[in-house]
Design a protein around this ligand. Structure first.
Ligand code: ZN
Length: 335
């Protein structure tokens, strides 16, 4: 882990190109996303946050002293004694203050191309969701940036729009009860928060124990949902050093939760960063285990949307994605 050092981001275009090549080799047919507009995005993300993402770079760049990217240098306190309710939006419109409010960590700098990229990434997930709604048995949304650390009104962990949540919300309305199964090595804190009070969309995640690992502040086993959503949230955190057996056992628990939820459609937040060769991984998961996960998920025999999340070794991500997709397609009846 790099602390306090400037470095090239591990989330970069190279991994998308590498994955696209590998998935086409594995037999998937590539299509460009269709622009489905903002309605499904606005259904998940708050209007003020979407406006911040759309407008902040231009307002930032208008300051002759500004750096090349929007980054926060202040953060609000939202707890006891604060004038700010947790769901409030900032009362000032200074872009620096808004950056502190809407950007959760320094992995989410906003540059000239950010809005276009995050919008298109969400459209990739939406296009795949529409394909499923129209009857496709499965689709892979090769999104970049990823999405599962994006909250309704906060960017963090390379994520701006929560692609999986946007797709799942739409599919829950159009295609029946939905479940999101997340096997990225980081807890999908944004996805959990978006659906925490809802019973119609299950969120089930295996990830590294957040006690000592990003995102630190959520992903614990006692987070089960609240209100109507109580019981529709399942976290299975794994200790650093856990290998294939623990990872596959946890995935089996998630699959059982999807069955118990009586899901009619499945969204998979697919990250390859639990792989033992990933530079961010503290788990010991093998390429072969990703093939087993592909089989486990295929055996649910549900319409399945796979959404790209993390994975920061090109080689390990390629191997894991190819193993997963190959196994999934060989077991899923309709693919
Ligand atoms: Zn991750």
């Amino acid at each position: 882990m790099l602390l306090g050092k400037l470095c090239a981001p591990v989330e970069n275009p190279d991994r998308l190109d590498a994955l696209a090549r590998k998935l086409i080799e594995a037999g998937l047919k590539q299509t460009a996303p269709i622009d489905h507009g903002r309605d499904a995005i606005d259904a998940v993300h708050s209007a003020d946050y979407v406006e911040f993402l759309a407008s902040s770079y231009e307002r930032w760049a208008a300051n002759p002293k500004a750096g090349p990217e929007v980054l926060p240098n202040t953060h609000p306190y939202r707890g006891r004694g604060s004038a700010l309710a947790p769901s409030a939006k900032p009362r000032c419109s200074v872009v620096n203050a808004e950056a502190g409010w809407y950007i959760g960590d320094l992995n989410c700098a906003i540059g000239a191309g950010t809005w276009g990229a995050v919008y298109e990434s969400a459209q990739a997930a939406l296009s795949a969701a529409h394909a499923i709604i129209d009857g496709a048995p499965a689709a892979f949304a090769l999104c970049r940036p990823p999405g599962h650390h994006a909250f309704a009104d906060r960017a963090s962990g390379f994520c701006f729009f929560n692609n999986a949540a946007i797709a799942a919300d739409l599919m829950a309305q159009r295609a029946g009860r939905a479940a999101i199964l997340d096997f990225d090595t980081h807890h999908g804190d944004g996805t959990q928060a978006i659906f925490y009070g809802r019973r119609d969309v299950l969120f089930a995640s295996v990830h590294t124990d957040p006690t000592t690992y990003y995102p630190y502040f959520s992903g614990f086993a006692d987070e089960r949902g609240e209100g109507d959503g109580l019981g529709a949230n399942l976290n299975v955190p794994l200790a650093p050093g856990s290998g294939d057996d623990a990872f596959l056992e946890a995935c089996g628990m998630l699959v059982e939760a999807v069955r118990t939820h009586r899901a009619e459609v499945l969204v998979v937040s697919a990250g390859w960063d639990a792989h033992r060769d990933d530079p961010l991984s503290v788990l010991e998961v093998s390429t072969e285990a990703f093939a087993r996960i592909g089989e486990l998920l295929a055996d649910l025999q549900l319409p399945t949307l796979i959404v790209q999340e993390g994975g920061y070794s090109l080689e390990a991500s390629e191997q894991a994605a190819a193993a997963f997709v190959g196994a999934f397609c060989s077991r899923h009846k309709s693919t």
